[in-house]
Ligand binder design. Structure first.
Ligand SMILES: [Zn+2]
Length: 136
């Protein structure tokens, strides 16, 4: 297959669909195989379709997006609760906000990582394009 044909095939990948599939921890190519073998450990290849995942370079972006989103949710919620009920005892604040922060971070971190890998796959970044070139 020629470079331009493969590049066209890669550029035709639906970016939002790939992001959604990655967000759900699924293979951005087939949506059947699991993206992760453990909490944040990415499979080298899709167990179903054989798409290579080891090209991803998620690096620090997933924690960055997690902190950005969770910080805004928790910060805004704290201000809202304080505004609505300023007589709430401090021990309730100390019980709710740290626990909610940890739960949200642990929930969103692998999802943002999967979404980022799906986006990189859709764009053919970091060797995903080369992998598509090498495939028949
Ligand atoms: Zn797959």
């Amino acid at each position: 297959m020629s470079l331009s044909t493969t590049s066209a095939r890669v550029s035709a990948r639906d970016k939002w669909q790939s992001i959604k599939r990655g967000f759900m921890g699924r293979c951005p190519n087939c949506n059947e195989g699991k993206l992760f073998s453990a909490y944040l450990k990415v499979n080298d290849v899709c167990p179903k379709c054989g798409e290579e995942f080891f090209h991803h370079r998620a690096d620090d972006a997933p924690p960055y997006f997690t902190i950005l989103v969770v910080g805004h949710i928790i910060g805004g919620s704290m201000l809202y609760v304080e505004e609505v009920n300023d007589n709430l005892p401090i021990w309730i604040h100390m019980a709710i906000w740290p626990a909610l922060t940890v739960i949200l971070c642990l929930t969103l971190l692998p999802r943002f990582k999967g979404a980022l890998i799906g986006y990189q796959w859709a764009l053919g970044m970091h060797g995903f394009l080369d992998a598509a070139l090498a495939r028949p």
